[in-house]
Design a protein around this ligand. Structure first.
Ligand SMILES: Cc1cc2nc3c(=O)[nH]c(=O)nc-3n(C[C@H](O)[C@H](O)[C@H](O)COP(=O)(O)O)c2cc1C
Length: 212
């Protein structure tokens, strides 16, 4: 099969995809067709992985009981986070919306099997964390593929990971990486919500090489 050659138009649109990929916290409630979710999973699996270990484990959470337990987990974790802050910082934190758990039609938990048989250990002898990094790359691939279809993804990490493994009934040795809210965004945005709400700014210094 011949490798495709990417046109200037495609490259410009790809650049727009990177610019418009957002962490989404405000969702429409209408679900995605099943085949679209399947397509996103298959695209995510095109991500690179150390030793071709494919250590990502995507768990589709449909059970209302388990979703409720995750919402409780988030509420407790977020309250703890808020309690650890004071004054103005606490007030600003409390004003942020940090998850779309109530509205997002799809919930997907992502884990890493940190020592999988697949890949036979290749490439991770000196840096065992490379399995984690591989699984995170699959999440990013999923995120970009979703954006290309006008679908929003919101990464929720304000959760107790051990409790997440327990309520989702997965192997306790799997490393909890992300709880993804997935669905159509209420509104597209070209800048991060945290920037728009004055919490943090992107830093131009990060766009410069550090020379050695
Ligand atoms: C590892 C990771 C964890 C994150 N956890 C949360 C979270 O718990 N809640 C939240 O609202 N956003 C979370 N985010 C989203 C970031 O806040 C967001 O990516 C950042 O503000 C930049 O915005 P953008 O993704 O729209 O460009 C997380 C992102 C990453 C990569």
């Amino acid at each position: 099969m011949n490798a495709p050659s990417f046109s200037p138009t495609f490259r410009a649109e790809l650049e727009q995809l990177f610019t418009w990929r957002r962490d989404v916290r405000h969702f429409r409630t209408d679900p995605l067709p099943d085949h679209i979710l399947q397509h996103l999973l298959e695209t995510a699996c095109l991500a690179p992985s150390v030793g071709l270990s494919e250590p990502w484990r995507f768990v589709k959470v449909d059970s209302p009981t388990r979703r409720h337990a995750i919402r409780e987990n988030f509420a407790h974790s977020n309250a703890r986070e808020l309690a650890g802050r004071g004054g103005d910082d606490a007030q600003r934190y409390a004003s942020l919306k940090l998850a779309g758990l109530d509205d997002a039609p799809h919930h997907i938990a992502v884990f890493c099997e940190t020592n999988p048989a697949q890949g036979r250990g290749l490439g991770r002898g000196t840096m065992p964390q490379t399995t984690t990094w591989s699984a995170v790359m699959a999440i990013h691939t999923f995120w970009l593929a979703a954006t290309a279809l006008g679908i929003g993804v919101g990464w929720v990490s304000i959760l107790d990971p051990k409790e997440a493994n327990r309520v989702l009934g997965v192997n306790p040795d799997w490393q909890f990486l992300a709880y993804l809210c997935v669905g159509y965004p209420q509104e597209p945005a070209s800048s991060p919500e945290l920037e728009r709400r004055g919490w943090e700014q992107r830093n131009p210094a990060r766009r410069q090489w550090i020379a050695r």
